[in-house]
Write a protein of this length. Sequence first.
Length: 262
Amino acid sequence: MSTRELSSRRGRARKGYGGKHMSQAVEPAAEPSRDPFAALAQEDPLVAALSEIVKSLKPGDKLPTERELTKQLDVGRTALRDRLGVLEGLGILERRPGSGTYVQEFNPGSVSMALNLGISSAQIPLAALESVRIALERQAAIEAAISADPVLVAYMQRALDQMAVAQDEQSRDEADRQFHQALLRSASNPALTFFADAIAGVLTQDVKTRSSQVRAADAAVSSAEFFVNAHREIHAAILARDPDRAMAAVNHHFVRLETVPL
């Protein structure tokens, strides 16, 4: 591929890979919010005030003492501790007995926990989140085919090798998980990785269920052959630096899963 052509492809991918694929590709994800409790702050003035204090600090910095915060914010200690507990539950703060309260770097695990709780309470079926995962992986395949970092793509090959020699479904499913994780990281897009990690926990069981049903329903093709070949198509397209082919390979992979009813 010429430098001019690669530059053109890179530009199209950053715009959502327009043209005939505009309905399929998604805009590159924005950087994850550095104000993860913005919605809470809008509804709770005390959380809003605490958020301003937290945003003025860096991960690892210590908050003022509870006594100082109650005076500064003009609130009771019970209300303050309640809001600190909320932010700690979201993974924003860490309270260390005998030491104080510290700011933590926000991580996808905290988002995943909140999603699990929210999905459970709202009774949202896990299958409803599949389109989110597909969109993330489709865009990751496009961007990975453009960057094609040899080290990151090598992790996909390793997962393929493990999938090919797996002797049981558990080992094959683990290799499957590692492959898709490597795909998302191969895009070299921290926002894609962040959001993918955030929804990974709530999709794991649903993906395993569908994978098992594909194996049971597809009598014409052995499970090992199907899974290895479907993933190999994605890997080969990324190695070929072909965004169109990579996106089509991701679509093909998930179409097979979607055609098996839950």
